[in-house]
Design a protein around this ligand. Structure first.
Ligand code: SF4
Ligand code: SF4
Length: 138
């Protein structure tokens, strides 16, 4: 980079509006541009597992309890998620959404960083032990 360009960029940066937002004070409840915790909506999910395969961080797993009955449990590891949005891109049925009102996720322990989405009884079944007929994840 030429010295003149460097000074011009520095000069422009000094007098332009900040591209970042102040944090933690103020601490906005909602953000416009930030992707927060991902939420999974089972409506429309076909159990195709495309989102699982495309996730570059191996942050999600799907447990297929009964594909015909559309009985799925989704496991989401917030600690692994990079919030890249690939799962939202991959899903043709808009099952994944990034919450902009749940984004301040720092914690001092890993407890609570793994979430299970699905019907309560299905989650209990997954947590109880391996789902043997699950083609995607056991
Ligand atoms: S890509 Fe969408 S439809 Fe396929 S398993 Fe993931 S959430 Fe379900
Ligand atoms: S946002 Fe990216 S890292 Fe997080 S679950 Fe989706 S695909 Fe994986």
């Amino acid at each position: 980079m030429k010295l003149g360009t460097l000074f011009k960029d520095a000069w422009d940066a000094l007098f332009s509006e900040a591209a970042t937002e102040p944090y933690p004070n103020p601490h906005p409840d909602e953000t416009e541009r930030l992707r927060g915790r991902l939420r999974w909506n089972p409506e429309g999910c076909t159990g195709c597992s495309l989102c699982v395969k495309d996730c570059p961080a191996a942050a999600i797993d799907i447990f297929v309890l009964d594909k015909k009955a559309k009985q799925f449990v989704m496991r989401y590891d917030i600690g692994r998620c990079t919030f890249c949005g690939q799962c939202m891109q991959s899903c043709r049925f808009d099952c994944w959404q990034a919450a902009n009102d749940d984004w301040s996720l720092a914690a001092t322990t890993a407890n609570g960083f793994v979430e299970y989405y699905g019907k309560e009884e299905d989650i209990e079944r997954v947590l109880a032990g391996p789902v043997t007929d699950d083609p995607v994840k056991v």
